[in-house]
Write a protein that binds this ligand. Structure first.
Ligand SMILES: Nc1nc2c(ncn2[C@@H]2O[C@H](COP(=O)(O)OP(=O)(O)OP(=O)(O)O)[C@@H](O)[C@H]2O)c(=O)[nH]1
Length: 352
């Protein structure tokens, strides 16, 4: 997206920021050393912009829209999304390939007050990720006032001094411009209150495809100079089995309530091409177990006459086939792993 097309950027000094970037790069590369701030680069100079590569992660409370945004940036379904909170457990990387940069997105679980061993482990994953990335994107939904959950995360962010932080106001399609403006101001103030400044504050709608390209444009200059890290065409380095398990879990989460979403874990036991198939009609056999914590939860997952489980299978199979580009036979079993969230041995077995 051309910079002039930007309908909203809260920082009124963004154009200076952009110019500063240019002069900074000039200093760094030595190639544009004579350029003064405010001089637009010539097309030749623009082509000489150094290639950048690095890692960004999106943080924010559950349901803030992190996975949807990751998918929108990458352009393919790589992170699972759901309208249930805390869907993302595994760190899924989406990779944005551009001529000038490679941006590796690390999608973390939501940071929350831990109540179980699983909760503590998830928070550790989040903090470790924050310390390693080049830029953090803090996602705040436009349609919800800043709450204690946001402050909790922002306070933690304030402690990570070195990493630049971009505030991303998500789901802007859900609000009028006045509400959006208020949210932008509140977020700016939150940074000031906590003693740091956002590198940018940018409103986006992943669903409405608004300003997603701009977000990438703002993230890229915050990455270090460097060569491509992954081969072109790679969208994620998450093992296929984990992605497949996540797609099954996503389908299983649909329509379940209360504590059940947190009780579901999926492990793909085996993925093997079916033997004796003609080359033009391959079939991939996938055997997966869907774990719950208590026998009483089995009925809900399986549904009357097995209908619910069948739906979960059909739905996830379609997504898996789209992801892997091959027809799939999905063999899905429901098993009870008693209180797995509190049992270190079970957690390890389930991949945490
Ligand atoms: N209208 C609208 N809805 C959105 C947008 N982005 C995300 N959503 C919805 O918000 C819900 C949560 O989105 P996710 O992307 O799963 O949120 P998340 O932050 O990854 O959630 P966790 O994995 O639980 O941390 C889903 O129902 C999405 O469809 C958006 O730009 N506009």
């Amino acid at each position: 997206m051309a910079r002039d097309d930007r309908p909203y950027v809260a920082r009124d000094d963004w154009s200076h920021q952009a110019r500063d970037d240019w002069s900074e790069r000039a200093g760094a590369s030595g190639r544009m050393g004579s350029m003064t701030a405010g001089t637009p680069p010539s097309p030749t100079e623009q082509r000489e912009t150094p290639h950048r590569s690095g890692f960004a992660c999106f943080v924010g409370r559950p349901n803030a829209g992190k996975s949807t945004l990751t998918n929108a940036l990458v352009g393919t379904k790589v992170a699972i999304t759901s309208n249930r909170p805390q869907t993302t457990r595994h760190t899924v990387r989406g990779i944005v390939h551009r001529p000038d940069a490679q941006l590796v997105l690390v999608d973390t679980p939501g940071l929350h007050k831990p109540r179980t061993l699983l909760g503590e482990r998830l928070n550790d994953v989040v903090r470790t990720t924050w310390a390693e990335v080049d830029v953090i994107g803090f996602c705040l939904p436009a349609d919800q006032k800043l709450g204690p959950g946001d402050r909790y995360i922002a306070t933690e962010l304030a402690g990570i001094k070195k990493t630049p932080k971009i505030a991303i106001v998500t789901k802007t399609d859900l609000v009028e411009s006045k509400q959006l403006a208020e949210q932008l101001i509140a977020i700016d103030r939150l940074g000031t209150e906590l003693g740091f400044e956002w590198a940018e504050i940018v409103p986006v709608s992943a669903v409405g495809d608004k300003q997603v390209g701009l977000l990438a444009d703002l993230l890229v200059p915050l990455l270090p100079e460097g060569p491509t890290l992954y081969p072109e065409g790679d969208l994620t380095d998450e093992p296929e089995q984990v992605m497949v398990a996540e797609l099954i879990r996503e389908a299983a989460l649909e329509g379940v309530r209360d504590e059940l979403p947190h009780s579901i874990a999926v492990v793909v036991e085996e993925m093997l091409p079916r033997e004796d198939r003609p080359a033009d009609r391959p079939l991939l056999d996938i055997h997966a177990n869907l774990y719950i914590e208590r026998p009483s939860q089995k009925g809900i997952i399986i549904g009357p006459k097995g209908r619910r489980l069948k739906e979960v299978g059909t739905k996830s199979r379609k997504h898996i086939e789209a992801l892997l580009g091959t027809p799939v036979f999905l063999d899905l079993h429901v098993k009870v792993a008693k209180d797995w969230q509190r049992d270190p041995k079970q957690l390890r077995k389930l991949g945490f």
